[in-house]
Write a protein that binds this ligand. Structure first.
Ligand code: GLP
Length: 250
């Protein structure tokens, strides 16, 4: 595992965007696994800026997102499909047909998950998967559990995740209680995995994920078993790990 520790969120975003842009430049038809949440916003802004300067071309890039809320679609500002259009897809020259997310409007969990699993199989493995990390160590929407769920599945969100994600919803608006998410096998298939974390409230999750035991109670801990993981964390998010390992030189 390669670990970069940056001074702040802006530097974390630039470093992670650099890694993604290198991937696109080296292999323009890369399959990128993408993530949502507040952490990747700065990464997408940076990629859009470089696209604007003519340094990046998304015309052949294919994307697959990690997850989507069950019940939300492109017209809901809180859906992940809306988020992806707002922060990336509508600002670069990616072909709409090359972007994929689970279908939150499909009411039938089994059908929705089967469809997304089949799509992932047909596209082949991700070249690079971007991941944020939840405060409880979740990745995508793989919540702490007694087992690692393998493929795309429907999850019942934990109270802590519902609470954490309330900030994206209007007061009084219900945060969905279910989501469709790539499972652990769908994530680990990626050739390369890029994890980003920022802020002190992620410090426990980062320590437990990368320096604690591998356990489904901390879903991100499974990443220790993948042989090409890059962690880009800012100082605050890495603050509880310095005693375990020195970061790689920048
Ligand atoms: C959500 C998403 C995850 C994301 C996590 C952390 O629950 N499903 O993919 O990594 O929250 O989000 P944030 O970056 O806003 O802290």
């Amino acid at each position: 595992m390669r670990i970069y520790v940056t001074k702040d969120y802006a530097e974390m975003s630039r470093k992670a965007a650099n890694i993604i842009s290198a991937q696109i430049i080296l292999k323009p038809d890369s399959i990128l696994g993408l993530a949502t949440g507040s952490t990747p916003v700065g990464i997408y802004d940076q990629l859009v800026e470089w696209y604007g300067k003519g340094d990046l071309d998304f015309s052949e890039t294919v994307t697959v997102n990690l997850d989507e809320y069950k019940g939300l679609g492109p017209d809901s500002p809180q859906s992940y499909v809306f988020y992806m259009h707002k922060y990336l897809f509508d600002r670069v020259n990616i072909k709409p047909g090359n972007t994929h997310l689970p279908d939150g409007l499909n009411d039938d969990p089994e059908g929705a998950c089967r469809e997304y699993n089949e799509l992932l199989q047909s596209l082949g493995e991700q070249d690079l998967q971007l991941l944020g990390i939840g405060r409880n160590g979740h990745i995508g929407f793989n919540e702490p559990d007694n087992i690692f769920d393998q493929d795309v599945h429907c999850v019942s969100l934990t109270n802590s995740t519902i609470e954490a994600n309330k900030r994206f919803f209007e007061a009084g608006e219900e945060v969905p209680k279910f989501a469709y998410t790539m499972g652990i096998r769908s994530i680990l298939r990626s050739k390369k995995i890029l994890v980003v974390a920022s802020g002190e409230d992620k410090a426990d999750a980062v320590r437990n994920a990368f320096f604690g035991p591998v356990t489904p109670l901390v879903p991100a801990s499974i990443l220790q078993l993948h042989d090409d993981v890059i962690l880009v964390a800012d100082k605050a998010a890495y603050s509880k790990c310095s005693e375990y390992r020195e970061p790689s030189p920048a």
